[in-house]
Write a protein that binds this ligand. Sequence first.
Ligand SMILES: Nc1nc2c(ncn2[C@@H]2O[C@H](COP(=O)(O)OP(=O)(O)OP(=O)(O)O)[C@@H](O)[C@H]2O)c(=O)[nH]1
Ligand SMILES: [Mg+2]
Length: 418
Amino acid sequence: MENKDTKVITVGVYPQGGAEECESSLKELERLVETAGGKVYATLTQLKNTPEASTYIGEGKLKELAEVCKNNQIDMVVFDCELTPAQIKNIENTTEVDVIDRSMLILDIFALHAVSAEGKIQVELAQLKYTAPRLMGKGKDMSRLGGGIGTRGPGESKLEIDRRRLASRIAFLRHELEELEKNRLLTRTQRDKSGIVKACIAGYTNAGKSTLLNLLTGAGILAEDKLFATLDPTTRKFELPSGIKMLITDTVGFIKKLPHHLVHAFKSTLEETVYCDFLIIVVDASDDECIEHMAVTDSILESLGANNKPKLYVFNKADLTTNERLYDLRLIKGRESRVVTLCAKSGEGLDELTEQLEQLCRNGKTNEVFLFPYAEQGQMNILYKSSEIKSTKYVEEGVLVEACVDEKTKGILRKYLR
Ligand SMILES: Nc1nc2c(ncn2[C@@H]2O[C@H](COP(=O)(O)OP(=O)(O)OP(=O)(O)O)[C@@H](O)[C@H]2O)c(=O)[nH]1
Ligand SMILES: [Mg+2]
């Protein structure tokens, strides 16, 4: 990967009492920088209740930043917030190095990891809308930009930022995306008609979502210790020990400070979380920040309109944490949702997980055997209309039917239960 040695300074501003949160956010930003191929040389923070309108950080801090950049041959400054095009331009004028913000960095990583046509178009569109105006403000020779952190396009292409072509490129990509969305809708409708239960794996980035789908289905998805390793949704069929078949989808991970417009840009893939029967929320239980990660996950699901689905919390990476902590986490979520503990890497805890999946798929349904005397065969229609029939046998006393039924049907047909 090019720019392996891009020397980066990260900058965070925090309000009174926000030092701890700022520190953890900067730690995450450092991982993002590494994933994009850079190395954090130093980190600058400033306590400031309201950011400066023109330069975000204060004048003195900006001078200090310029000084550090100059003395240490720094290539790039990454701000842990959203900057306006004007702020970027002003900061660059003083520091004389490239400046990008958290969202540009995230989009850069998305650009590196996008594989499908839909994924690539979504990334490029978001970049043209968010990154391009911020690069244009720089007033530099645009042809020299592209290819570095924050300016990479999806795949091999560099982000095109020619002002004249911008609008027509956006219109073209929008149209392409609409076509692909139509296809996605069609596949979704076909899946809905099949009546098969659908689950979606969601959760914070790097929690182990892809590892879980690989464990269950041998999906062969790339799972690595990087943020946003997965961008494209993958759906696989999984057969539970009882024979029930279900579809499970692995999606892009969530992260804090994911701007609303980014969520919107990836709506068509994130919407997989809306069109499912229940959610499997994977949590890296070994991460000190995992409670906050769950809150971030909830709020993104909320904005997608998917937070009311039944949830199964999978507290993953059990091998890296203590039993006490796992117990506490289960207690926190156990009141409102189903919870399991898992080590997706080794498969430990898989039985408990499949048992919970089994129950969620059944949605309170149970396997029952009914005997309908030949004179009352008409009652069998109730079963045929509402339930999955496992087997039908004609015996001397009548028709023996095994079916997977919900509570209501079971109540109506109680007198035929064997
Ligand atoms: N020790 C340990 N590592 C795990 C476990 N599950 C996953 N990992 C590791 O955690 C890292 C992230 O796993 P992924 O499956 O890629 O995570 P993800 O949630 O799909 O991440 P993104 O797609 O980047 O959002 C990988 O290095 C996995 O090997 C586990 O149970 N124990
Ligand atoms: Mg993944």
